[in-house]
Ligand binder design. Structure first.
Ligand code: C2E
Ligand code: MG
Ligand code: MG
Length: 702
């Protein structure tokens, strides 16, 4: 090969080399560009430095993060210079005031890159910095913008710390409380240090378990109620909501502890109020019916029976009217207490309405069990009540129904017990009475009587008969008692004992009473001589309020002198000790009318009534008179009533004198007057006129 050829070969080689270098360079550039493109896609900032701490390569995100100094970035630029420029611009808040020191520390870290670090820039951004040494002695650096993450963390922390709901974080493995917010500390009364030594079980009062699921990571949507203990030992009801989380790299659970003690109390209060009577705190009808139905189910199994006792005060309306509602309410509360005091634990009591109470007696074997309880209940109520110095007496009556026989369900049993109550009331107050199969029919009968009685009043059918009163010394007729008579087309003469109670229940007693007053005054005004006429008054006539006017009108219309009119009242009227009643009585007496105490000795405390009003006459009840011959006790009673009357200056009349023997006794004791079949039954007015006229003649007065 010639020199030329050699030369050209060398040149060719060089050329080829040159070409290779160029291709290689081009390849390298391409690779560099590709790397650039690739790292520019990264969401983190990335940067490469050589062993002298000079920039080699960085991506777009890195330049963005350090936008204050990025204009200085170029390959070969020194990291330290860039850091200094940043410090000079005040980019690093930690460096302010100690610039050189900070730069020295930073460069030391850069020289020995180890851990991750967080740094906050002056503009508020927060960076996670990670630097590693490369094999060639350089450094690769990563920058993650964690500003948002930090903000989220901070707001979560704030949400926890300043949440008004008490919250704790529990480590799942140890069950220890590893974090508690302010609300939890305040609510439970522990200091942070104390709280964070406890486990969740330490604050649970009874539950042995933990309020999160053992195996599965579940969020409890429906919170359960737990009893927790506070630091001071008090118990609270807590609804616990739980959510799994990781706390300091360990599985933990966040518990929100809602105190629902008040809510539970309010709920319990509402539930109580819905089932109880406000005034007495006793169960109401709804609750009693439920208890009764449950009891009935039970009796079907144990073959025992259940008794329903329907308790009702006698004359409660009058107490309310005369003493005021305040006393009325106190009376009801007092009655409730006394009734409760004689019940067994397993019996229940309810207030059904104004003065109506119902008692459910369970495990009844015989009707006598119910009768005994009824007696105890009436006994408990029989002593006077004293409120603010007022003495109140209010008798009561009880109706009893026994299930399942008298009714299969609560409604029917109550209805039948109520029916038995009406019977007890009409039999005489202060009694109890059992339901009987015929009572329904009797109730209908009463409704029929009411209708017919109304028609009889409107039709002017009612008559007045008169039963003479005899002076036991002289044998003369001193007067006569007006007794109402109802001639019934189908049933003959209907007894007032049968229809007066119906009339009192329905208010028909007022027209009847007024009619009797007018008729008696009119008839008596036509009697020869000056015999008195006695008229019975029902307590209800005092309640209407116009009794005085009715009496004055009857006297005026008839022209009968007031001293010839006698009004008979019973002890039930005075039971109420009402001022209005006493005022009316005094006003009547002031007119010159005489007031008699009828049926004396049958009431509660007869003697005390004698003190409350100056009666002109006492009529000894028939029951004592009919016992006179046989019963020494009755004799003693009659004797003492007579001597009492004498010392009070009151006329004593014996009712229901039927035999000569009775008359003999009464005479011997010095009784003033007698009335009874021995002398005469009640007769029509015409006969009384004849009788009195005959008496006038025999005495030679006519
Ligand atoms: P009362 O006021 O005690 O009247 C006496 C009752 O005893 C009358 O019954 C009379 O017939 C009856 N009686 C009289 N003597 C004897 C006797 O010797 N033996 C017996 N077993 N009974 C005798 P009556 O007429 O059936 O009246 C019953 C009750 O009805 C009366 O008892 C009275 O409380 C009431 N009553 C009658 N008329 C009226 C009235 O116009 N107004 C009011 N509010 N009540 C009246
Ligand atoms: Mg009478
Ligand atoms: Mg009488």
């Amino acid at each position: 090969m010639g020199p030329h050829a050699r030369r050209s070969a060398a040149a060719g080689e060089a050329l080829r080399d040159c070409h290779d270098v160029e291709t290689a360079l081009a390849e390298a550039r391409k690779a560099h560009d590709r790397l650039h493109e690739a790292i520019d896609l990264l969401p983190q900032g990335i940067v490469f430095f050589d062993a002298e701490g000079r920039f080699i390569l960085w991506n777009r995100k890195y330049a963005e993060i350090y936008n204050a100094t990025s204009h200085m970035f170029r390959p070969g630029a020194r990291f330290e210079d860039i850091v200094r420029a940043g410090v000079a611009k005040g980019c690093y808040p930690e460096a302010i005031g100690r610039e050189e020191e900070w730069i020295a520390e930073r460069m030391a870290q850069f020289a020995q890159p180890t851990n991750r670090r967080e740094v906050t820039l002056t503009d508020g951004r927060c960076l996670l910095i990670e630097e590693r040494a490369t094999k060639d002695g350089g450094v690769v650096g990563l920058r993650v913008d964690i500003t948002e993450l930090k903000q989220r963390e901070a707001s979560f922390r704030l949400l926890f710390e300043s949440n008004p709901v008490p919250m704790v974080v529990c480590e799942i493995d140890t069950e220890r409380i590893v974090g508690a917010n302010e609300a939890a500390l305040a609510h439970y009364g522990y200091s942070r240090e104390e709280f964070e030594t406890l486990t969740i079980r330490d604050i649970q009062a009874f539950e042995p378990g933990v309020p999160w699921d053992g195996e599965h990571s579940v969020d409890e949507r429906h919170a359960r109620t737990w009893k927790h203990t506070k630091a001071d030992g008090s118990l609270i009801d807590v609804a616990v909501y739980s959510r799994r989380l990781t706390f300091e790299e360990r599985p933990a659970v966040l518990l929100a502890l809602m105190d629902i003690t008040e809510r539970k109390r309010a709920e319990a209060h509402l539930a109580f109020a819905a089932q109880h009577d406000n005034l007495t705190g006793l169960a109401n009808r709804a609750l009693l019916c439920r208890q009764l139905d449950e009891c009935l189910v039970h009796t079907r199994r144990n073959r025992k029976k259940v008794a329903v006792l329907f308790f009702n005060l006698d004359g409660f309306k009058a107490v309310n009217a005369s003493r005021g509602h305040g006393i009325g309410d106190q009376l009801l509360v007092g009655v409730a207490r006394r009734l409760q005091s004689v019940l067994r634990e397993e019996d229940s009591i309810a207030r059904l309405g104004s003065d109506e109470f119902a008692i459910v007696q369970s495990d009844v074997s015989r009707p006598e069990d119910a009768a005994l309880l009824a007696q105890r209940l009436l006994g408990a109520n029989s002593d006077p009540y004293v409120f603010d110095g007022h003495t109140v007496m209010c008798g009561a009556s009880i109706g009893i129904a026994i299930g399942p026989g008298d009714g299969e369900d609560a409604d029917k049993l109550l209805k039948n017990a109520n029916m038995a109550l009406s019977r007890a009331k009409s039999d005489g107050r202060g009694l109890f009475s059992f339901f009987e199969a015929g009572m329904d029919a009797r109730a209908q009968e009463r409704r029929r009587i009411e209708m017919e009685l109304r028609a009889a009043i409107d039709g002017g059918v009612l008559r007045s008969h008169y039963q003479p009163l005899i002076d036991l010394k002289t044998g003369r007729v001193t007067g006569a008692e007006a007794l109402v008579r109802w001639p019934h087309p189908a049933r003959g003469m209907v007894s007032p004992a049968e229809f007066i109670p119906v009339a009192e229940e329905t208010g028909l007693i007022n027209p009847i009473g007024n009619l009797m007053l007018r008729r008696a005054c009119m008839d008596a005004a036509g009697w020869p001589g000056d015999a008195r006429v006695a008229v019975n008054l029902s307590p209800l006539q005092f309640r209407v309020g116009n009794l005085l006017a009715v009496v004055m009108d009857a006297l005026k219309q008839s022209g009968l002198p007031p001293k010839r009119l006698e009004l008979e009242i019973t002890e039930t009227l005075l039971l109420e000790k009402s001022d209005q009643v006493l005022a009316t009585l005094h006003a009547l007496r002031a007119l010159g009318v005489r007031i008699s105490m009828d049926d004396f000795g049958t009431g509660y405390s007869s003697l005390s009534y004698l003190r409350s009003f100056p009666f002109d006459k006492i009529k000894i009840d028939r029951s004592f008179v009919s016992d006179l011959a046989a019963n020494q006790g009755a004799q003693a009673i009659v004797r003492s009533i007579i001597s009492l009357g004498m010392s009070l200056g009151v006329t004593i009349t014996a009712e229901g004198v039927e035999t000569e023997a009775e008359l003999g006794c009464l005479r011997a004791e010095g009784c003033h007057e007698g009335q009874g079949f021995l002398f005469s039954r009640a007769r029509p007015n015409a006969e009384i006129v004849q009788l009195l006229a005959a008496q006038q003649t025999t005495c030679g007065v006519a």
